[in-house]
Design a protein around this ligand. Structure first.
Ligand SMILES: [Ca+2]
Ligand SMILES: [Ca+2]
Length: 368
């Protein structure tokens, strides 16, 4: 019932929150960038083809079999300092948390892997299912079609309203990531996107896996480090990009100095010390934790987040949200600095977008 309305409400309210974080000066600069560097939306529509020739993802051809524990990395359990007190309030306070050992995908689930899941099960993702008009009496008819949320670089930035760069696009789904005229041909090793939470969970269950808890995910992303980023204290030390994020003034100018305007094939950036790729950036990743601004400080052993009825996001009261982690190719220094292990975001479970994917875990130490 709240699927679309929650998304749009979230987007609208999030723009107000970001406006509070970024003063009017930053907005004016962004407008100037829009005037001088604003690109037509056709540039973004061409994203699907931009990285066809990249070879990075082919590193994983042999590990893309979903049988047994192939493609997984064993992560030894330990305690770690979870969260951060230096950025968004919902990341803190820093507390000591322990997790048992677990297996986790070395990389985000790819289109090739998801294709196999679909071919074997006939599963239909949320973005492909008919929309019942009775569920959406106030929605405009053009939105009452299967689809998903797609980022579109605005030609001009007229305000901070994020609906200038997010749109609900009928026909967008995992097979058509930029809209109905796009495809995943040549993008087999890119992370699958437009997966709602239940889609990711269905894949994980088919593979005999789980989705990670937020604690598992953050522990794996940190890979034994307690620095801002898994590689140290700077986002791009010496100008070397360690993750696929956004360079320039979001959302109107992306210099692509990391080589990618949208998603990259998995494994194009260096792995962390656990051998895991793209934990930071590329696409956001689902976790099983329900979202709440604060977390129970007394639950420190394998925390799984609050129960559903305690999930609360002040931007979406009454809507149960899950935590996504890692940031994406849309996260920029002037907007959404969530390309850090401690960062988190509340996400409506009922819809995907073109910058949210996932990876799986296997909680079977006996297979070690
Ligand atoms: Ca990028
Ligand atoms: Ca990622």
């Amino acid at each position: 019932m709240f699927r679309l309305s929650a998304v749009w409400r979230s987007l609208i309210l999030d723009s107000r929150r970001q406006e509070a974080f970024y003063p009017i000066g930053a907005i004016l600069i962004a407008c100037l960038y829009a005037i001088y560097f604003g690109q037509p939306s056709s540039v973004v529509a061409a994203q699907a083809e931009e990285t066809e020739g990249s070879q990075c993802g082919e590193l994983f051809q042999d590990s893309d079999k979903i049988d047994a524990n192939k493609g997984l990395v064993w992560v030894e359990g330990d305690s770690f300092a979870m969260g951060s007190d230096d950025h968004y309030r919902d990341e803190g306070p820093v507390r000591n948390v322990s997790v048992d050992g677990f297996w986790i995908d070395a990389h985000e689930v790819t289109n090739a892997q998801f294709t196999r899941f679909i071919e074997e099960t006939g599963y239909i993702t949320v973005a492909e299912r008919p929309v019942d008009p009775e569920d959406w009496p106030d929605a405009p008819p053009e939105l009452l079609k299967p689809g998903s949320a797609v980022f579109r670089m605005p030609e001009r930035l007229l305000s901070t309203d994020i609906l200038q760069w997010w749109l609900y696009m009928p026909g967008a789904n995992w097979q058509h990531p930029a809209g109905p005229d796009s495809s995943i041909e040549g993008r087999e090793n890119h992370p699958v996107v437009h997966v709602a939470y239940e889609d990711a969970l269905a894949y994980a269950e088919w593979a005999g896996r789980d989705l990670p808890t937020e604690a598992q995910w953050e522990y794996a992303a940190r890979a034994g480090t307690d620095t801002e980023y898994p590689w140290g204290g700077e986002l791009a030390p010496g100008g070397q990009h360690k993750a696929n994020t956004w360079q320039g003034m979001f959302p109107v100018q992306n210099s692509e100095t990391d080589g990618y305007l949208s998603s990259a094939p998995v494994g194009c950036f260096p792995p962390n010390d656990f051998g895991l790729y793209d934990m930071i950036g590329n696409v956001w990743e689902w976790t099983t934790d329900y979202y709440a601004r604060t977390r129970d400080p007394n639950v420190t052993d394998n925390p799984t987040g609050p129960p559903e009825d305690q999930s609360f996001d002040s931007n979406n009261p009454g809507v149960f949200m899950r935590v996504i982690k890692g940031g994406s190719f849309l996260c920029a220094p002037n907007y959404c600095m969530r390309y850090r292990p401690a960062a988190r975001h509340a996400q409506d479970t009922g819809i995907g977008s073109d910058h949210i994917g996932f990876r799986t875990v296997l909680n079977e130490p006996a297979l070690k």
